[in-house]
Structure formats: structure tokens, C-alpha cells
Design a protein around this ligand. Sequence first.
Ligand SMILES: [Zn+2]
Ligand SMILES: [Zn+2]
Length: 245
Amino acid sequence: MLRVVADLARNIAQLVYPNECLICDARENEAGALRHGLCSDCHRAVTTDPFPVCPWCAQTVGPHTDTAKGCGECRGVSLGFERAVRLGPYEGKLRDAVLRTKVLAGEGLADLLGRTFVEARGTDLATVPVDLVCPIPLHWWRKWSRGYNQAEAIARELASGLGVSFDPSLLIRIRHSTQHTQASRTARLENMRGAFRVRAGARLVGRTVLLIDDVMTTGSTASEAARTLRAAGADRVVVAVLARR
Ligand SMILES: [Zn+2]
Ligand SMILES: [Zn+2]
């Protein structure tokens, strides 16, 4: 029991005053100074996107792909959101980092990744001026069992970095839908339909919302959340994700 308490205290101290990289555990003196809790190797790895990216759906594209009207994945598809920005692809150190945020002790890391995101992609994020930032919510049961919503932690930091309002309870998840990445696009969208609602009394008419998630896989969750916001009056919806699969 004492050991558990000591480990917990150490974990909390490490999150508040990190002296080890939160991704690879390298100690500060070996790794140089940490930036937002990350050693210089991990910081460089998560902030350097090695691939050309579709400006509409944030998917990796080939070096000479014409993305003026979208990429192979989103061309001719109604996404529900206007465009998507990513920190990077879901691989390597960024994938390791995202996996580490999915436990309660990862909350501090999710905050720091949010700060890193706005610092590294602030220009992309500011292309469309937004009025407010909201996370894609977890179903209450999942949030309770995980202890927090990592998308909410990332969104809070993005809102603060961009200097716009943060509204963590704007969207409410009515039910949890399991993602079937192998299913057809139509089946996935059908599966997500009605998964969200907007908080009663929210004033969205004419406003632009920046919608945040940790990982975007098929885009069907973000599409449904964006449609829900627009049906409630939002003018435009832009999506930002830490990592795109
Ligand atoms: Zn590291
Ligand atoms: Zn695309």
C-alpha cells in the first residue's frame, strides 16, 4: 500500500515537474532540457510531420498528389467539417505518446501535447479564425472508467494557446459506438448517427467551432460531431487531431 502511494506521489510530481521525458523516460540531464515534458529527440519526432498531408482530411498523401479537391480518401465525400489539421501521423513516438495519454496518469502528458500542438501548428490552426474550441466527448461511462477525456485536456490547451473560449460540455455523447474500421464508409457513418447532441441553450448560430480529438481514424466520428454542431447552428467546423491513422 505504501509503495502504491509512493509510486502515485512520484507520478504526480513527475507530471507537475517532469525531469524525465514523458514519452521515452530519458532523464533531463541525459536528454538536455525538456520542452513541454519531452526530450529533444521526442519533441522533434512528434512535431516533425514527415509526409505531405491532405489539407481537407489530414490524411497522408503521396508526394505528387493533387489535393486541390481532396485526396483519395475524401474527394467527393461530404466530411461534415471544413478541414482538418494534424500534429502528425499515428506512428512512432507520436503513437507512443497517444497510447500513454489513454490512462489516468497520462492527463499531464495530454496537456503538454496540446501545448506542443499549438506551438508547432499554430499557423495551420489559425488559418480559419475560430470562436470556440470543444473536444469530441467520451460517453460518460468511458470517461468515468478512464478518469478523464484526453481530447478535453488537449482541447483546453489549444483554446488557451489560441486565446479563444473553451467549451468542454458543448457536445454530449449520447451513446458509445464501437468503431469498425473495416466497415464501409456508409456503414460507419450510419453507426455514428445520433451519437451526439449539443447542450441545451448553447448559442452556435454564425460561430466557427474548432473540434478536437486525439486520433482520427476513419473521420466518421468527427464528421458526425461536426454535423451535429452545424445542425445546431454552427456556421463552420474545423477539426484538429493529434494523430491521423
Ligand atoms: Zn524522449
Ligand atoms: Zn483528404
